[in-house]
Ligand binder design. Structure first.
Ligand code: FAD
Length: 347
């Protein structure tokens, strides 16, 4: 059995950045990625999401983000694929890690019958496979169609039907922008949306600091992307003119043909589109018992407080492309430090 110095799980922005920095530091490692092809979650995003729509994809180390337009689910995967090749990153795919266990000083990543042993681990599994849908009374009685952001099939799918968009993030804003000009829509959010003109760096930093503090205390992280405020782009003007962004507060229950508020008011809807975000995809780490009593994984920087062999990137405050990029470097530094302190001669 050979043991690597490190194993990275996931080859999205966070995993690629970590692998780049590990390579530069001469840390022998392997990257295990569940997808069939390069691109992380970007390859699964809906077709109408263009590079103009995204809030700015951050550079990878030593490789600026593409400036060209086009579909994000094509442009970003092509960039990642070239990056993996150019830097000869040791990505193995498709490998979906089911569990990570601890055997003495080593960590063992298991995928079916295959195993990889390593002295440290960088977890970079993102959130895409853990869509979050809140539970509302009566939801199981709804007779119409329910979809989550991950299922968004494009505006044509909804023609002639009344669509309720749930959620206060950028995805909800984009969906309404596409849907309102072609079909009847309704928008509900838990909190009144906060609109901004352009991206405010201070607001961005404050949002990251807030999530960082939660994660330091072991609380489940909130989304950084969702707390930076919302902006309407040119392509959403028509929807705005039609009143699509006049939101209503959350309903209190779902009924077979619509939703009802606590004051008794009712709106009939045919489709509920849950643009309600994601949760960290970390179930495979359960055997390591990293979860704190507060419900999250407590981190010091990118290092798991419960097991300093483990780094988490793209988690909590680093769950944005810029955060993932920086966290990859921080994780590589922490991995090298850990290896050095455990075995000063070997590194
Ligand atoms: P991902 O890109 O999700 O990559 C995770 C990788 O891990 C995948 O390749 C997956 O196959 C692999 N994986 C998962 N589980 C396993 C497993 N068990 N075993 C092996 N491999 C596994 N951020 C911005 O900065 N700007 C934006 O405009 C922006 N827009 C966004 C729009 C949407 C709809 C969403 C959902 C997010 C957006 N974000 C944006 C956030 C940003 O996309 C992510 O934070 C960022 O891409 C993080 O990448 P990642 O490497 O953490 O995860």
């Amino acid at each position: 059995m050979t043991a690597h110095s490190s194993v990275v799980i996931g080859a999205g922005q966070a995993g690629l950045s970590a692998s780049y920095h590990l390579t530069r530091r001469g840390v022998d490692h392997v990257v295990l990625d569940a997808d069939e092809a390069p691109g992380g979650a970007w390859q699964h995003r809906w077709d109408s999401l263009t590079m103009q729509d995204v809030h700015g994809v951050a550079d990878l180390p030593d490789s600026p983000a593409p400036v060209a337009g086009g579909r994000a689910n094509r442009v970003v995967p092509a960039w990642f694929a070239a990056y993996e090749r150019m830097h000869r990153l040791p990505v193995v795919r498709p490998v979906r890690v089911d569990a990570v266990t601890s055997e003495g000083e080593l960590l063992v990543a298991q995928a079916g019958a295959r195993t990889w042993h390593a002295r440290t681990l960088v977890n970079a599994t993102g959130t895409w496979r853990r869509p979050f849908v809140p539970r509302y009374p009566g939801v199981e009685t709804f007779a119409g169609e329910q979809l989550h952001t991950v299922d968004y099939p494009g505006a044509e799918h909804f023609l002639g039907r009344r669509v309720l968009v749930v959620g206060g993030g950028a995805s909800a804003v984009q969906f309404l922008g596409e849907l309102a000009p072609v079909t009847d829509t309704l928008w509900v959010t838990r909190r009144p949306p906060v609109w901004r003109d352009g991206f405010d760096r201070e607001v961005g930093r404050a949002a990251v600091a807030l999530v960082e503090e939660r994660v330091r205390r072991g609380l489940p992280p909130a989304s950084v992307v969702s707390v930076t405020g919302l902006a309407l782009r040119e392509q959403e003007r028509e929807a705005a003119r039609l009143g699509a962004y006049q939101r209503r507060p959350m309903f209190s229950r779902v009924e077979p043909d619509g939703v009802r508020w606590a004051d008794g008011s009712f709106e009939p809807v045919d489709v509920i589109l849950w643009a309600t975000g994601f949760r960290p995809d970390v179930a495979h780490l359960a055997p390591l018992h990293l979860r704190s009593p507060e419900g999250g994984i407590q981190l010091d920087g990118t290092t798991a407080v419960g097991d300093p062999r483990v780094q988490l990137v793209g988690y909590g405050p680093s769950a944005s492309t810029i955060g993932a990029n920086r966290a990859g470097r921080a994780a590589a530094v922490a991995v090298a430090r850990h290896l050095e302190s455990a075995d000063p001669v070997a590194v």
